[in-house]
Design a protein around this ligand. Structure first.
Ligand SMILES: Cc1cc2nc3c(=O)[nH]c(=O)nc-3n(C[C@H](O)[C@H](O)[C@H](O)COP(=O)(O)O)c2cc1C
Length: 175
């Protein structure tokens, strides 16, 4: 018998232990993008939290830090997109994750893209796959917001491409 989980159970993992354990998970690297309906700017963020949830209906999930600009814009835009980066796009992964980074306008000027017909969000050229979504549900989760997205379109522009991965704190390739 396992003890039943307690709603207020204290964690036995320190933040460092939690980080160290989760750094052993190899993840694909994506750019989450959105077109801000308020000021017309495009906003983008590097993410490893992208996850497939359901096939019928097609649903995906992203987890976004609660106090970030991305979370703020996603709270007023109903549609957004995810571009799965290829191993040639490490520089994009790094630049869209930088703290105190360049303005999004400059970042996108250096990131060849086209506009998703269903989401209005930038889709990154050369990505392994692009997925356009409409927010189905926003769920508060600790210091992050989970966005459950209904898939509007999913494309594989480069079926032969190889993925960019993140593992043990660094970018990797399949090697
Ligand atoms: C490999 C990698 C994966 C990341 N994944 C996420 C993620 O899933 N969700 C998230 O909110 N931030 C994630 N981040 C952090 C954001 O990319 C970064 O904090 C953000 O772009 C900077 O925005 P800020 O200026 O609002 O802090 C990740 C960073 C890296 C390097």
């Amino acid at each position: 018998m396992y003890p039943s989980p307690q709603p207020e159970a204290a964690s036995h993992a320190t933040p460092d232990e939690f980080r160290a354990a989760l750094s052993q998970l190899a993840s694909g690297v994506s750019l989450v993008t959105v077109h801000d309906p308020e000021d017309g700017e495009d906003v983008g963020m590097t993410a490893t939290s992208f996850l497939s949830v359901s096939l019928e209906p097609p649903l995906v999930l992203i987890s976004v830090r609660e106090d970030s600009r991305m979370d703020e814009v996603l709270s007023r835009a109903d549609t957004w997109a995810v571009s799965l980066l290829s191993e040639e796009q490490k520089a994009l992964g790094s630049r869209f994750a930088m703290k105190g980074r360049l303005s999004d306008r400059l970042l996108f000027a250096d990131a060849p893209h086209h506009r998703g017909p269903h989401s209005g969000a930038p889709l990154i050229d050369g990505a392994l796959a692009t997925v356009e979504c409409r927010t189905e549900q926003r769920i508060a989760a600790g210091d992050h917001t989970l966005l459950l997205g209904r898939v509007l379109e999913a494309l594989v522009p480069d079926p032969g491409g190889r993925p960019l991965l993140y593992f043990r704190g660094g970018y990797r390739t399949l090697g």
